[in-house]
Design a protein. Structure first.
Length: 572
């Protein structure tokens, strides 16, 4: 042991990165706390991992390599068993002159070369590489949870040619239970690390596809090819966690899972749907009790924010948020409630589901199966002496009428509705059968919104755009001289190569004022109402607000065009 420690001390000293006193403390920490040399170095000094491994590679006459965008031949990947890959945190790269080059972030792992030599049955040459590169490469080439599935394959001892064995399949799957549990946990853990809001598990004919929705865009997660074989076990495990009927595979089901990750409480809404090749499962991840967005965080312009704050502090009236599913409507409502939530206000909300728990707000979960609907809950609210009422969504005439009655009797009502833009919301209410004079007298403002991905501030780069392209999409070219430049997404380690990190909103705020109300009573079209709002109040449509975000360097032109495409087609 002394000889080994002395040799490691000499190697680290030769790098020139450490003082003798600091080096002694690092090795003592590794020995006393059971840390690897790499972890002890990164913990006990200010040296960065890449700098440390680069110098160490020179000292040990090894090569240093980053694995970004690397391609590895399938036959090389098969040189080492999956168990060895994840046990030693290594990745085989290439084979040269009867040597297998293997990437590692910790060459001091006891017996590493010998263990890999026995597993690969050939000579090993180590290549030093940052730990995050190895993790990304192992996930990319072997798939999420590959080690767990490998163990499940070894436990699966069913003889497909033995009829008696087939009858005992359920008993055999019991041996795999712990591995299935671990695999499902890994799926949720990876989603949490990637900041995913949804997980989709989709059975295909030849494989089981798993996709994560990150910042509103779906990304397919790399999965081991043998995953399809355990489709039933994985889906059954999720149904057990969500208290669903695992025997019912013909009808859709809904459930909920509560999990804790690194101290964070997460609610997972689960929905199953029978498809041709098995049950498709969707999981929505919701952070409980944390991550509440404030008005400042929404991304409103100063003009719209000032106007909206006046609206949400009025004593009565209806404020509506509109947009497609996943456009952040509920987040905006919570931000409004958070702004006005105080001891002197009684706030009640009817939600389906309750996405965030807010202290001081009386939140009610809708349960239509027992008659607890939006309409029935709203009637009860009016007998509970509320000051502010939030309705998760206005879906029908009955809910709309009760909301309007509440607004006309001195209550402030917040709700959402599904339309393409703010002016179309008025048309939608009239189509539901609401009288025009009721809409005109109760609705105070309508906010249309979309979510766009925010640029990664670490890697974004200025880009020159074709002037004809900008004019074609009505971009305010004249503002470039004073407010530019336009940025494009690039991709780096910070944003996991996407070029985007986080999301922000683009908004269209329509105040229902004395100039707008006569148009509503006269059954004016949505376009007429929008034109009057632009002329009288300087209202910006979604795309124009998006251009402001582009000029501020917050997002890209591609993102604005992606989420406002429908508006553009309507205008044409």
């Amino acid at each position: 042991m002394l000889t080994t420690t002395t040799r490691i001390y000499d190697l680290l000293e030769t790098t020139g990165l450490f003082e003798a006193k600091n080096l002694t403390a690092i090795l003592a920490d590794a020995r006393e706390n059971g840390l690897s040399i790499r972890d002890a170095v990164l913990k006990g000094s200010s040296v960065k991992e890449e700098e440390f491994l680069t110098k160490l590679a020179e000292t040990m006459s090894l090569s240093f390599q980053r694995l970004k965008d690397i391609q590895i031949e399938p036959e090389i990947l098969e040189k080492l068993p999956t168990k060895a890959i994840f046990q030693y945190n290594v990745v085989p790269l290439t084979e040269e002159n009867n040597y297998l080059n293997v990437a590692t972030s910790n060459p001091f792992t006891p017996g590493l070369v010998d263990a890999l030599h026995l597993a690969a049955e050939c000579r090993i040459r180590l290549v030093l590489c940052p730990d995050e590169d190895i993790s990304a490469a192992s996930k990319k080439f072997y798939g999420v949870g590959a080690e767990t599935l490998d163990r499940m394959m070894q436990d699966d001892r069913i003889d497909l040619e033995d009829e008696e064995s087939l009858l005992k399949q359920d008993l055999s799957e019991l041996d795999q239970e712990a591995s299935v549990v671990k695999f499902v946990n890994q799926i949720i853990w990876e989603a949490y690390k990637d900041r995913a809001t949804d997980i989709h598990i989709e059975p295909m004919e030849m494989n089981l596809r798993i996709r994560y929705r990150v910042d509103g865009v779906l990304h397919e997660a790399p999965m081991p090819p043998q995953l399809k074989r355990f489709q039933s076990s994985v889906i059954s495990r999720i149904k057990v966690m969500a208290n669903m009927d695992i025997a019912e595979k013909r009808l859709p089901q809904d459930g909920r899972i509560s999990v804790r990750i690194r101290g964070a409480e997460i609610d997972v809404r689960v929905s199953t749907m029978p498809t041709v090749y098995g049950e498709s499962v969707s999981l929505r991840l919701l952070m409980r009790g944390g991550g509440l967005v404030t008005m400042k965080d929404l991304g409103l312009s100063e003009h719209d924010s000032s106007m909206l704050k006046k609206m949400i502090t009025r004593p009565h009236g209806i404020l509506l948020v509109t947009g497609p599913t996943g456009s952040g409507k509920s987040t905006s409502l919570y931000a409004w409630l958070h702004t006005i939530n105080s001891v002197d206000k009684r706030i009640m909300s009817a939600e389906d589901p309750i996405e965030y728990e807010m202290p001081g707000v009386n939140q009610v979960q809708m349960r239509p199966e027992i008659g607890l609907s939006f309409a029935s809950t709203l009637r009860t609210f009016l007998r509970q002496d509320p000051d502010v009422i939030m309705v998760g969504e206005i879906r029908d005439k009955e809910t709309a009428e009760i909301s309007i009655r509440a607004a006309l009797t001195g209550h402030l009502v917040f709700s959402t509705i599904h339309t393409n833009d703010s002016a179309s919301t008025i048309t939608r209410l009239l189509d539901m059968g609401i009288e025009p004079f009721l809409v005109a007298s109760s609705v105070e403002g309508i906010v249309a919104q979309r979510l766009v991905r925010g640029l990664c501030k670490t890697c974004r780069q200025p880009v020159e755009m074709d002037e004809a392209f900008l004019r074609e999409h009505s971009f305010p070219i004249e503002r470039l001289a004073t407010e530019g430049p336009i940025y494009e997404a690039v991709g780096c380690d910070e944003c996991r190569g996407n070029g985007y990190k986080g999301r922000t909103g683009i908004f269209e705020l329509l105040p229902v004022t004395d100039e707008i109300r006569p148009l509503i009573i006269a059954h004016a079209s949505a376009s007429e109402i929008k034109q009057r709002a632009v002329a009288e109040h300087g209202m910006k449509n979604l795309r124009e607000d998006g251009w402001d975000k582009v000029l501020a360097g917050t997002t890209t032109i591609d993102e604005i065009l992606r989420v406002t495409e429908e508006d553009e087609l309507e205008e044409e």
